[in-house]
Each structure stands twice: as C-alpha cells, then as structure tokens.
Design a binder for this molecule. Structure first.
Ligand code: CDP
Ligand code: MG
Length: 144
C-alpha cells in the first residue's frame, strides 16, 4: 500500500468548540502523522477558491460564510492509504448518516457544520496541499 499525504481541515466549529486535540488524537491513533499544520483564517476569496468545485451548488454561499466565520486548522497528514483512511475516520458528509464512532458522527452538528474536511483523492490531495503549503512547510518525518 502506498505512503500518501492528504489535506485535513478542522473547520471553525471544531476550533470554537476546542476539539483540536480530540480530532488529532483520532488521526494519530489510526497511524496518521501530522507533517504540516497551520492555523488560518480564510477570507471570502480564499474560501470560494478552495471550494470552487461547489460554486454552482445551492449551499455554496452558506458554506463560504461558515468557512470564513472563524479560524481553521489546516494540516497535512501522512501515512499508508492516508486519503481513504482520513475519509473513513471523518465519516459521511452528513453527520446523521456517518457511521458510529466517526469524527462527524461524534461532533458534527449538521451537513454543513460537519467539523472536518478531507481530500477525496490523491490528485485532489496534491492540489489542496499546494493551496495551503509550500514544499518547505511540509516536514519529513520518515525518521521521527
Ligand atoms: O466534505 P465532503 O467531501 O464530505 O463533502 P462535499 O460534498 O465535498 O461538500 C463540501 C462541504 O460542503 C461539506 O463538508 C459541507 O460542509 C458542505 N455541504 C453542505 O453544506 N450542504 C450539502 N448538501 C453538502 C455539503
Ligand atoms: Mg469534498
């Protein structure tokens, strides 16, 4: 299985509810390593660009409002099969439909306020990591 990297975001509801440690604990327990992390506040333009694929969807304006409502924690996670593993830990988009024990089922409040973002493929992961981080910001942890 391939060593992969994926982008994870703890969204504003996760930050304001002080759930950073709880979420990262799930990643670490599953064998994913944080190789980059940064707290950011997205402006409207950045949020619109990050979610550009959803621009035509009815939920887009509200999603942009939510993602700019407070700071977010952006991370690069590394590990075997990291993209799928992170999506499995997150659970389905709608917390009500997410499997028991997943991050979204545990703490998500609604299909919009669902606490975390995770890249949906290795290609998307490369693009999304590049959106937030330069090569110099991502740490080699193969020996740590
Ligand atoms: O985040 P995920 O890849 O699971 O879902 P998505 O379909 O790529 O949607 C991106 C984000 O838009 C979700 O995580 C939700 O925060 C939001 N969303 C929403 O507000 N209403 C929907 N019907 C679908 C998604
Ligand atoms: Mg998505």
């Amino acid at each position: 299985m391939a060593l992969e990297r994926t982008l994870s975001i703890i969204k504003p509801d996760g930050i304001s509810r002080n759930l950073i440690g709880s979420v990262i604990e799930r990643f670490e327990r599953a064998g994913l390593r944080v190789v980059a992390a940064r707290m950011r506040r997205l402006d409207r333009n950045e949020a619109e660009r990050f979610y550009a694929v959803h621009r035509a969807r009815p939920f887009f304006p509200s999603l942009v409002g939510y993602m700019t409502s407070g700071p977010i924690l952006v991370q690069v996670l590394e590990g075997e099969d990291a993209v799928r593993k992170n999506r499995d830990l997150m659970g389905a988009t709608d917390p009500a439909r997410a499997a028991p024990g997943t991050i979204r089922r545990e703490w998500g409040e609604s299909i919009e306020r669902n606490l975390v973002h995770g890249s949906d493929s290795p290609e998307t992961a490369r693009e999304e990591i590049g959106f937030f981080f330069g090569a110099i910001d991502v740490c080699d942890r193969t020996d740590s």
